[in-house]
Design a protein around this ligand. Structure first.
Ligand SMILES: Cc1cc2nc3c(=O)[nH]c(=O)nc-3n(C[C@H](O)[C@H](O)[C@H](O)COP(=O)(O)OP(=O)(O)OC[C@H]3O[C@@H](n4cnc5c(N)ncnc54)[C@H](O)[C@@H]3O)c2cc1C
Ligand code: FES
Length: 333
């Protein structure tokens, strides 16, 4: 059975099914409710029940007797038994999310190509990381240095944190990932970081431009938009040197089948004989196809050179400055 949840003070509303916790339903409808562990232990999702009835399933250990007498509930384990009104502070921007230092375990290492590794990280039991799709984390190395990697999974699918790590020849951390890192190794991370996330106050068509592993945060963003059933038109240009650099092209093709207004344009610099897609630099392919960017929002991610070229292209094609967002994969000097 379906009920309606109203959030105060924003007045936002969403529907909720019996199986869903308030948190799950809210996230699915695109509302950024605060959370941490997602199983009743940490209290990050605590808020007030102003009207209606809920049942807590599983543990609600973060609720004290005083909380209960004050009508506090835990959105992660509370289910609606009627239409309800709740009070909580919605997260409007990255600044509202707490940046945390956490240990995590390498859950799985999987080579996607000869020089790209999918690394899955598992946080300690009872810990979940709250982040916005598109943000990144820093790996804190024992020597005090840090290395940045974008989070490639979407927040709704957060059992493991996925990273797409490209091997940098001679690179201290990425050589370790490819040559000596083992499953069950422990890392320390700081997260979530960055401002490369989709601004939800706009309905403009979205143009994503990725080079290489710059696809990682875009994967998180598009998965999330798909999950939310967003109606914004999406175009993805993904460039690599060779066809195999587009290491999850099947996923982009799947989005083409599943998302109503989605277009995928793979681009390679050095085409093989059987290559049927676009060739050249990814920004050149955008320029060949699109003459006017004034009504769009552009999100570019990957090498600093590509990001600069995308910014310049935006300026040339009438993109307002406040409609360009980027993460450039710079490295520690
Ligand atoms: C916000 C952000 C998000 C990022 N997300 C990702 C991601 O999702 N996936 C990913 O693969 N990378 C990502 N990067 C790039 C990544 O952080 C670097 O490639 C990584 O730090 C290299 O670490 P290393 O210890 O192996 O190399 P280092 O030991 O730091 O460097 C070794 C040598 O390689 C050069 N170098 C290092 N990195 C690069 C590079 N990226 N390109 C060219 N030359 C380099 C250095 O100048 C140095 O000469 C991101 C960077 C930033 C800033
Ligand atoms: S998210 Fe930790 S108690 Fe709900």
């Amino acid at each position: 059975m379906s009920h309606t949840v109203t959030i105060e003070p924003s007045g936002h509303q969403f529907s909720i099914e019996d199986d869903d916790s308030i948190l799950e339903a809210g996230l699915r409808h695109g509302f950024h409710l605060p959370y941490g562990c997602r199983n009743g232990a940490c209290g990050s999702c605590k808020g007030s029940l102003l009207a209606g009835n809920v049942t807590h399933t599983g543990n609600a250990t973060a609720l004290s007797a005083l909380d209960i007498s004050n009508n506090k509930i835990l959105f992660c384990v509370a289910h609606a038994d009627s239409d309800i009104r709740i009070e909580c502070r919605e997260i409007g921007a990255a600044k509202d999310i707490v940046i945390r230092t956490l240990p995590c375990r390498v859950h799985k290492l999987q080579r996607l190509t000869h020089n790209i590794m999918l690394v899955q990280l598992k946080l300690p039991a009872n810990e979940r990381l709250q982040f916005l799709p598109g943000q990144y984390l820093d790996v804190l190395m024992k020597n005090g240095q840090r290395r940045s990697f974008s989070i490639a999974n979407a927040p709704h699918d957060d059992a493991f944190l996925h990273l797409h790590i490209r091997l940098v020849a001679g690179g201290e951390f990425t050589e370790h990932v490819f040559n000596t890192m083992k499953e069950k190794d422990i890392l320390r991370i700081e997260a979530p970081l960055g401002y490369f996330f989709v601004r939800e106050d706009s309905q403009k068509p979205l143009l994503f431009i990725a080079s290489g592993t710059g696809f990682a945060p875009i994967r998180s963003i598009i998965d999330h938009l798909h999950y939310q059933n967003s109606k914004r038109p999406i175009t993805l240009y993904w460039g690599g040197r060779k066809p195999e650099d587009l290491y999850l092209t099947e996923l982009a093709q799947q989005w083409e089948r599943e998302i109503a207004d989605f277009r995928y344009v793979p681009v390679v610099e050095h085409a093989t004989e059987d290559w049927q897609g676009a060739t050249g630099l990814v920004t050149q392919a955008v320029e060949r196809d699109i003459q006017d960017l004034s009504g769009m929002e552009v999100y570019a991610c990957g090498s600093p050179k590509m990001v600069n070229a995308a910014r310049e292209l935006g300026q040339k094609l009438g993109l307002p400055d406040d409609a360009f967002f980027a993460d450039a994969f710079t490295f520690q000097q």
